[in-house]
Structure formats: structure tokens, C-alpha cells
Design a binder for this molecule. Structure first.
Ligand code: G1P
Length: 259
């Protein structure tokens, strides 16, 4: 089956990047000369995705209208999330727009660079196993509390079967150092699960809690992707992304006089 639709939740307030995010959505902050969201959309395009469902707040919608012209090969649909009630809630807003087929979720503050786009890596796995499969990687123990964290049941090479998922546990309670990394491929039953998922951490509907339900049923897989991940949702990650892509484009001369 071909995967053509992707949900991009972009209604967040970008509080960690204030004050710039008071005037510009974080998805449009530059990585060298490109709004960071363009890098995510390029990944979607290279992975064969065709329809993008952007979940936006009423205040941010107008900032994204120009995408239709910049990416004419992608069809855009906007879904309004009036209140930020969590990632799971944002995804649930896209239920009707997604419809009955498997789809992807791309978190726009996660940029992953690799010649074979991570979305495509997940699609290839899905075509073999026909089950929900999300990107994972190992991170240092002291960083696990920034992420959804897996407990794995079994593995075969890079592909793991998940047993449990917990959203942002304290390091001492983390079940492993395998984390949820911002690219997800779900079968549409995730919507039924999300509808029954009560508010969790921070009183928000957490996608990780719905993933935990799927994992408990033995229906969730995680794939150790190839690529370097940068989180532009915080100041250091945004700077790292600019250094990484700046060096790629202009070479080491960007360091002159700095280090
Ligand atoms: C979200 C998810 C979390 C995931 C992370 C990185 O958290 O809730 O499970 O590990 O993205 O992909 P956020 O960073 O938006 O707080």
C-alpha cells in the first residue's frame, strides 16, 4: 500500500524560543536560508508523500498559506486546533482529513538528515510488516526525560517490537534509552485509541499514551533509523542545526574567528 498523507502538528506556541516566536512561528525560523519547515516538507516530498495536513492554531494559519506556492507538488489541508491540548489531541484533530488509510506524522521541530529520508525508511519497513512503526534512536541517559521512551519486547536488527511507551519519564524511571524521535507511521486505528486516551502528563492528551496502548496489544514497532536528528524547538538545537547545515553549505570557513 502506498502512503500518501502526512500530518504535521504546527499549533505549538514555541515557548522555549521566545521572544522570536512571539512574532514568527518556530516552524519558519531559519536553518541557514530556509524556514525549518521547508526541510521537513522536502523530506516528505522525497519520501513520496503527496498530501500534507497541517494542524495549526487560528493565529498561525496565515503564516503557512504561502506553502501552496512554494511546494506545488504537495497538496495542503489546514486543520485548526483552537487550544493546545497536547500532541495526541492535535493528531486527533486530523482524523477526518486523514481518512481510512495508514499515514505519517512528522514533528516539524525535528530535522533528520540522511540521503535516504527517514519517512521513506519507515515506509519501507511498513510495506514489510503492515503495522504501525515509528522512528527510534538511543540517546544518552541524562536526555531521556526530554522524550517518549520505549521498553522493547524483542528486536530483529534495526526493527524492534515495542512493549511499552512512557512520555518523558525521569531518567531513573526510564525503561530504556530508546526514544520516540518525531517520525511516526500509523495505521488509522490510532484514532480510535486516541479517542479513548485520557489526558496524561501536563493534563494533555499524549500521543505516547496512545502508542503505549498499541504496544500493549503487540501492534507497535520502532525502527532505529539512519540519520542525524536535530531538535530546533530549543535554542541549542536550533543553533546546532544552523552549524550543521551551514558547514555543509559553506564549509569549515564558518568557524573562522569563532573557535
Ligand atoms: C514530542 C513527543 C515525544 C517525542 C518528542 C521528540 O515531545 O511528545 O514523545 O519523544 O516530541 O520527537 P516535544 O518535544 O514536542 O515536547
Amino acid at each position: 500500500m502506498q502512503i500518501t498523507k502526512a500530518v504535521i502538528p504546527a499549533a505549538g506556541l514555541g515557548t522555549r524560543l521566545r521572544p522570536v516566536t512571539d512574532v514568527l512561528p518556530k516552524e519558519l525560523l531559519p536553518v541557514v536560508t530556509k524556514p525549518s519547515l521547508y526541510l521537513v516538507l522536502e523530506e516528505a516530498l522525497k519520501s513520496g508523500l503527496k498530501e500534507i495536513i497541517l494542524v495549526v492554531s487560528p493565529a498561525k494559519k496565515s503564516f503557512f498559506e504561502h506553502l501552496k506556492e512554494v511546494f506545488p507538488k504537495l497538496a495542503f489541508q489546514f486543520v485548526i486546533q483552537k487550544e493546545p491540548k497536547g500532541l495526541g489531541h492535535a493528531v486527533l484533530m486530523a482524523d477526518q482529513a486523514v481518512g481510512p488509510n495508514p499515514f505519517m506524522i512528522l514533528l516539524p521541530d525535528i530535522i533528520i538528515d540522511h540521503p535516504k529520508p527517514v519517512c521513506l525508511q519507515l515506509i519501507k519497513v511498513f510495506q514489510k510488516i503492515n503495522r504501525s512503526v515509528n522512528a527510534t534512536e538511543r540517546v544518552p541517559r541524562d536526555q531521556v526525560s526530554l522524550y517518549g521512551v520505549y521498553e522493547m519486547a524483542s528486536r530483529e536488527g534495526r526493527l524492534h517490537k515495542a512493549k511499552r511507551v512512557v512520555e518523558k519519564p525521569p531518567p531513573e524511571k526510564a525503561l530504556s534509552d530508546f526514544v520516540v524521535t518525531g517520525r511516526y507511521l500509523f495505521t488509522p486505528d490510532i484514532f480510535e485509541v486516541l479517542k479513548k486516551t485520557p489526558p496524561g502528563r501536563n493534563g494533555e492528551i499524549q500521543l505516547a499514551d496512545a502508542m503505549n496502548t498499541l504496544a500493549g496489544r503487540g501492534e507497535l514497532y520502532a525502527y532505529e533509523f539512519e540519520g542525524l536528528h536535530m531538535d530546533i524547538g530549543n535554542p541549542v538545537g536550533l543553533i546546532r542545526a544552523n552549524i550543521y547545515f551551514g558547514k555543509k553549505e559553506y564549509g569549515k570557513s564558518i568557524y573562522q574567528g569563532l573557535v
